[in-house]
Write a protein that binds this ligand. Structure first.
Ligand code: ZN
Length: 307
């Protein structure tokens, strides 16, 4: 199909002033990462439009990013699920956690793991992938929407005790609008768990893997805190890396009772820019070393053949 592009402003501060960080990304799919000079949020610009992304998620996402989907019956993970361990350490998984929504659930592994800890809970999901939806239905998980940008929240006001958003916020077209909907559907004492790649600690080659066309946003602790303030949340916990994942940042948030203004600072831009520039140089040196070693290996092989 033909994908269409759109140009956007910074989702957090509305600025159009940015620096181009890279024109390359995973699978050589179109990826231009820019960094907002006003607030330091990194994002794709231009990017595919909404319809192009919906089509990609519905038909092609699993082929590229979830090649392992095959069985329809999902069993509980054998390893400890980081979401459960992290929530438990703050005593945030209790018998009061009755209704759980996973946004971008994939085939439902996290929900099934949570259910094994909270047998009385009811499970809900928002998931665009057609294959994953089949898995969810087979596992008796209620799919309330396939499109995060629809008005799904209207039918679930104050419904959920726990909302999981594991590595999905960075995929959205409009994170602020999504978080406002999340606020609408959280129960009075409800919490949301959010985990995203930490752009102050990128672990993979930026242009071969870390930057990717499906990651429309590239968050760090500064941009996440501002996003939460703008969309009406109070940050209960924010952790940059633990034994499960050193390059991830996770947050636990609840609805805020007071309105707090975001802090847009050029220092946030500078800190993110420095991390990216250093990493791009390091990635380049790693590739050069790889070429050097393979040349050396070839010469050695030739000398052995000659003998
Ligand atoms: Zn900005």
């Amino acid at each position: 199909m033909n994908y269409k592009f759109e140009t956007i402003e910074c989702n957090l501060c509305g600025s159009k002033d940015y620096e181009i960080i890279s024109n390359k990304g995973k699978f050589d799919l179109p990826t231009r990462v820019v960094l907002c000079k006003n607030c330091g949020l990194a994002y794709l610009n231009p990017r595919w439009d909404r319809e192009s992304y919906l089509n990609f998620y519905k038909n092609d996402y699993d082929k590229y990013y979830r090649p392992a989907i095959h069985s329809k019956k999902i069993s509980v993970s054998e390893k400890e699920n980081p979401i459960i361990v992290r929530l438990r350490q703050y005593n945030l998984l209790t018998e009061k956690t009755n209704t759980i929504l996973d946004i971008g659930s994939g085939e439902g592994q996290n929900l099934m793991d949570l259910k094994s800890n909270l047998p009385n809970s009811t499970l809900f999901a928002i998931e665009p992938s057609a294959i994953s939806q089949e898995h969810l239905i087979t596992n008796k998980i209620v799919v309330i929407s396939k499109d995060i940008d629809s008005d799904w929240d209207k039918n679930y006001i104050k419904k959920f005790d726990l909302i999981i958003m594991r590595h999905v916020l960075e995929h959205f077209m409009d994170p602020i609008q999504v978080m406002k909907k999340v606020k609408n559907v959280l129960s009075i004492s409800g919490i949301a768990y959010i985990a995203v790649p930490n752009n102050l600690k990128p672990s993979q080659s930026l242009e071969k893997s870390w930057f990717r066309n499906v990651h429309t946003y590239y968050f760090n602790k500064y941009s996440l805190k501002n996003l939460m303030k703008i969309s009406g949340f109070e940050v209960m916990e924010l952790v940059e890396g633990d034994e499960f994942n050193r390059s991830e940042v996770y947050l636990i948030v609840k609805a805020s009772t007071t309105k707090v203004q975001p802090t847009f600072s050029n220092i946030h831009f500078q800190k993110q820019e420095e991390v990216y520039k250093k990493k791009l140089i390091k990635d380049k040196n790693t590739i050069n070393k790889g070429i050097l070693y393979s040349k050396k290996g070839l010469l050695k092989l030739l000398s052995l053949i000659k003998k």
